[in-house]
Design a protein around this ligand. Sequence first.
Ligand code: IPM
Ligand code: MN
Length: 396
Amino acid sequence: MSGYRLTILPGDGTGREVTAEARRIIEVFEKHSPMSFDITEIPCGGQYFLETGEEWPEGSFEHCRDNTDAIFLGAIGWPGATMPNGDMAGGQVILGLRSGLGLYANIRPVKLYHGVQHKVHGEHTDIWDPDLVDMVLIRENTEGLYHSLLRRSAQAAVGTKDKPIDQPEFPGLEGEVSWDPRPISRHGSERVIRFAFELAKRRESQLHAPQRVTCVDKSNVLRGCRLFRRIFDEIDKEYEGIETTKAFIDAFTMWLVRDPEDLDVVVLPNMFGDIATDLASVLQGGMGMAASANIGDKHMLFEPVHGSSPKYAGQGKVNPIAAISSVQLMFDNLGARHDDPDAIMCADILDSAVSSHLSEGGVVTYDLGGAASTSEVGEAIAERCRELLQKQYSSV
Ligand code: IPM
Ligand code: MN
């Protein structure tokens, strides 16, 4: 299978600019490889909400659920775009899809490409070591501290209301109190932890190197985390031969920055994963390089991690590589799911294009020390893809 239905959600701010570059790349692959795409682009997000009073057109959730093989999302979030209940406008899109489509594994690879400066060691890293930073953080994506907001967003997307959760009492607290429950379930933990072990197995065969799986939690103080760790230990027993470690989130943040070469596949509850992945992006050159995949058993969504960055919106200066690498994850995951060697080949070609662009001193945006525009970088990588695709598929 090489024909896929894609839904593209550009969203807000710079999300729209990087989505244009992602789309440029997709179109190059459509033209020069056996892959083909049926693309639907849907406007959405906080800015769309301010203009129209809705977060996206009616029926968009159902389109993503029923008529889509992969979703690409630019970014959601715009200053002043807030729902009457205080939730961010556009939440129905990003959180409604994560929850409503059961996208339980938020995969965030952290890889330092040759030619990119590590933002911690900076200029001192003249010797690039391919193993220094090459890990995948897997953030649980459907429960934990996000649970209530995810449920509210998914219910809004399908037009029904959630039952309100009774306000418990908090003895010892005075005045106004707001709270977010943090439920962690056996089912939710099992599926994401198993996903992490399976990914470690796949990486072992691709990289020909043993992979360690690290569980990050705060099980010394939190009951939900105790369940998460207990399930990690259970699943660990099913995967003989895969090395594992465990860390508390506070110590992990130090470990991540100090010894990133120790880490391969890391699995974390939702909010810890949200925070740790922004921190980890400094090891790969910043948020402009951070790509992600949101994977469920039936659906998949790909997005750069950086968000809409309103202060840079409209200037054409942000780095499109996080979005382009999210397309790479899309090809790779479509290939793995549909057993499609062409999609896997296209994923490899796109990774080589990004990697050679960076290692050979191709043009880069301000965050990587260059002065190129978003579209100049997008076009330069697209041109490399064209060349590589023509070599690979000269008869197509
Ligand atoms: C992310 C973002 C989102 C999150 C926001 C935009 C809701 O920060 O994808 O990491 O908190 O999950
Ligand atoms: Mn985040």
